[in-house]
Design a binder for this molecule. Structure first.
Ligand code: NAD
Length: 332
């Protein structure tokens, strides 16, 4: 049994907390949140201890792993504290928003040698994984084009948007920047991004980009397109199309059921699953399984700090391109 400490009992924290508590190889031992009431309420559900002070939980020698579910700007400090306490770390994406802090984390992780994993959960979605495996098995031959459509049904509240400008890159498309590396087993060498504010001032008062189209060129020569919006009126739109010399593989959207209703007005299907909690439910369980499996077998977790760092570098270069209107060469 691995004892976990969950840090951050906001939106995604309770989901990871529930998955840890339900896992046969793990136990939720601590919940830490600056908002102690939130920590207590989540801890109470699973018989865990609650605290507002990370150090208190890190001092517990039974705690073997930490799951970081706090806002991105807080991640680096928590990673360093957990690493220095000798705990294995599962960190929600992005690793942090500040590359200098990520580099400092890399040094601490290298010194402490604790296992580290970034929660790029989409790699563990069964349909996306099947697409990955088909590419790897050579089903489409050499990949030539990859298209990732990554559209949310709603924009984050204004206070969240205010704390992370260009969140469409750092918070949303960072998943796609990881996926394109994972799917093509290759690195992008150039990025060109255009953004727009399509949502009105009432919902997007900070005029932060809510719509983006991005093109990337991979070192193999393959071309990639990522498009993202915070206004998919029809639900959480998550499609990936990989095109190659021998054909194409497509990871399509998920619906609650695959029932089709045929009538005089045409064919109707269920609406799309509404958002990531439902669409990626299995992936969150599978990524936790992978993390715990790595700890049990003392093998490096599947997604390391360097993966998180590279996705952040792509996001940073994309923002630079959007701001300047020019393509940006990628260096890591
Ligand atoms: N992989 C995914 O699909 C996915 C989905 C949603 C969020 N996320 C990521 O998860 C992280 C958390 O997102 P969220 O939406 O749950 O955020 P949130 O704002 O809803 O919750 C964050 C919680 O952390 C607490 N907190 C803030 N600073 C803290 C600190 N220094 N120490 C302890 N507690 C602290 C806050 O009080 C809050 O309860 C982000 O990195 C986000 O990008 C990932």
């Amino acid at each position: 049994m691995l004892d976990f400490c969950l840090v951050g009992a906001g939106f995604i924290g309770p989901l990871h907390g529930a998955n840890v508590a339900a896992h046969p190889g793990a136990r939720l031992a601590w919940v830490v949140d600056l908002n102690v009431a939130a920590a207590r309420s989540l801890a109470h559900k699973y018989g865990a201890r609650a605290s507002g002070a990370l150090d208190e939980a890190l001092a517990d020698p039974r705690v073997r792993a930490v799951i970081i579910c706090t806002p991105p700007r807080t991640h680096a400090a928590i990673i360093e504290a957990a690493a220095r306490a000798g705990k294995a770390i599962f960190c929600e994406k992005p690793v942090d928003l500040d590359m200098a802090k990520v580099d400092a984390c890399a040094k601490v992780l290298a010194q402490t040698k604790v296992p580290f994993f970034v929660g790029f959960n989409r790699r563990f979605d069964p349909t996306h994984r099947a697409l990955h495996d088909a590419i790897r098995a050579g089903e489409i031959g050499r990949p030539e084009m990859l298209i990732l459509s990554s559209r949310d049904p709603e924009i984050s509240p204004p206070d969240v948007v205010a704390t992370t400008p260009y969140g469409i890159f750092y918070d949303t498309m960072i998943h796609d920047f990881d996926m394109l590396r994972f799917l093509l087993d290759d690195e992008p060498i150039e990025i060109f991004a255009r953004t727009a504010c399509m949502i009105d001032e009432k919902e997007n008062p900070h005029r932060d980009p809510d719509t983006a189209m991005v093109q990337l060129r991979m070192s193999s020569g393959a071309l990639v397109h990522v498009n993202s919006s915070f206004r998919a009126a029809y639900g959480y739109d998550q499609r990936i199309e990989a095109f190659g010399e021998k054909g194409m593989v497509v990871s399509t959207n998920h619906h609650p059921t695959s029932l089709e209703r045929h009538g005089k007005d045409g064919i109707r299907r269920d609406p799309l699953l509404y958002f990531f909690i439902d669409r990626y439910e299995q992936s969150y369980k599978r990524e936790l399984d992978a993390f715990i499996g790595a700890l049990e077998t003392a093998t490096p977790p599947a997604i390391g700090l360097d993966d998180g760092r590279r996705a952040l570098a792509i996001a940073e270069a994309g923002v630079r391109s959007a701001k300047t209107g020019m393509p940006v060469a990628l260096s890591y």
